[in-house]
Design a protein around this ligand. Structure first.
Ligand code: HEM
Length: 122
């Protein structure tokens, strides 16, 4: 049985993978290098695996917290943030001109996710 700290480390490794890959794709887009398939593919692969690891780690933690249904608002908000990170990856590819907003937006969303997880305001 995986312990709580192990799930949390897994969850955070997923978060780091999502942030580094999104940042990489944003910079590729801003530099007009999205056709650089090797780096683009590495960013997409890291992001996909990262989102899955965030999800697995998050649900592992959720299971051990035994919160019962319906889950509190902070959990639903974090799931929405998780979805938004997926959308931002698509935007970084399809609309590289929005890079600056994605850059600061991803940092803001990650900060909100950390706040929600630690303070559980609702
Ligand atoms: C499917 C979506 C997600 C679920 C179900 C989920 C669930 C959780 C749970 C249950 C915790 C533990 C809270 C506690 O220890 O009391 C947690 C911690 C955390 N989550 Fe998530 N999460 C999700 C997505 C995200 C995303 C997208 C991010 C950031 C980009 C994120 C960042 C964090 C952080 C920073 C912590 C705190 C770790 C710490 O205190 O050491 N989570 N999450």
């Amino acid at each position: 049985m995986m312990s709580y700290p192990v799930f949390k480390v897994l969850h955070l490794i997923g978060v780091f993978m999502v942030l580094v890959s999104l940042g990489g794709l944003i910079v590729l887009g801003a530099a007009g290098e999205l056709n650089h398939s090797r780096w683009r593919k590495l960013a997409a692969l890291t992001n996909g695996i990262g989102l899955a690891v965030v999800f697995l780690g998050g649900f592992g933690l959720l299971g051990l917290l035994q919160l019962g249904w319906p889950w509190p608002g902070w959990i639903f908000s974090k799931m929405l943030i998780w979805l938004l990170f997926g959308v931002m990856m698509v935007l970084a590819k399809r609309a590289p001109e929005s890079g600056k907003y994605l850059w600061w937006g991803s940092l803001l969303l990650a900060g909100v996710a950390a706040y929600l997880a630690n303070l559980k305001p609702f």
